[in-house]
Design a protein around this ligand. Structure first.
Ligand code: FE2
Length: 238
């Protein structure tokens, strides 16, 4: 499996705090059947002021340490961008680490606040699509406004967004309403990829193995598509 959302880089966001923790996360990620993991630290102005240079430095340190300890997890990096007015500026400055490219569009992992759908979202999505950027919305099933008003999920779909559902949402880690919403999306095949969004090995571990089983029990081909084929084609690895 290819996991394109994680907070495994040590000390630069609310994920791994130390290199030892990152290594434990890498081992757990391998154990659940993931062979390639994309490090996607938050870029969230005022909270996690990460830049491509900061991310790259931290990424190189983790790659070296994995090599030193002979841990065979393949890694690449991108970022999880919080919706903000900075995004178009960063894109123009070439300061956004994208996940990859599909059909000539660069794919960006875009995060809304958890409580609501921000008012500037529609113009931002339209701007991104016009500028050859495909927004992949992180964990729509955990947004409380979408959960309450699920027709807004259809609206985002019609606008052209892609969706990344969190593995733990499918297994019930975030409670029943979130699981039900994720399973509704599964029943209508409305998400594009599943990813772990792992932050640690205890509270937010990597749930990809268990989640794959949930999806495969209903539809083996869709599991293959959302855990392997689609994430592979987004990041350009096999
Ligand atoms: Fe995340």
């Amino acid at each position: 499996m290819i996991d394109l959302h994680s907070h495994i880089l040590p000390g630069i966001d609310d994920g791994a705090r130390t290199m030892a923790m990152s290594i434990d996360m890498a081992i757990q990620t391998l154990e659940c059947g993931v062979t390639h993991l994309v490090c996607t630290p938050h870029m969230h102005p005022g909270f996690f002021d990460n830049t491509p240079a900061i991310i790259e430095t931290s990424f190189n340190e983790l790659v070296l340490e994995l090599r030193r300890q002979n841990i065979p997890l393949s890694l690449s990096y991108a970022a999880e961008l919080r919706v903000s007015e900075h995004i178009p500026i960063w894109i123009k400055q070439n300061a956004v680490p994208f996940l990859g490219e599909v059909n000539g569009k660069k794919v960006m992992l875009l995060e809304m606040p958890h409580s609501h759908v921000p008012s500037g979202l529609e113009p931002l999505i339209k701007w991104l699509l016009r500028n050859n950027v495909q927004p992949l919305i992180a964990h729509p099933e955990r947004n409380r406004e979408l959960l309450r008003e699920q027709h807004k999920f259809d609206w985002l779909h019609r606008l052209g967004c892609w969706f990344q559902v969190t593995a733990g949402a499918l297994t019930g880690r975030f409670g029943e309403p979130v699981q039900e919403f994720a399973l509704t999306m599964l029943a209508s095949q409305r998400f594009h990829v599943v990813a772990s969004d792992t932050h640690d090995t205890v509270r937010r571990p990597n749930d990809m193995g268990e989640a794959f089983a949930v999806v495969a029990a209903l539809d083996e081909a869709y599991a293959q598509q959302t855990f392997v084929t689609m994430p592979s084609s987004i990041i350009g690895v096999n």
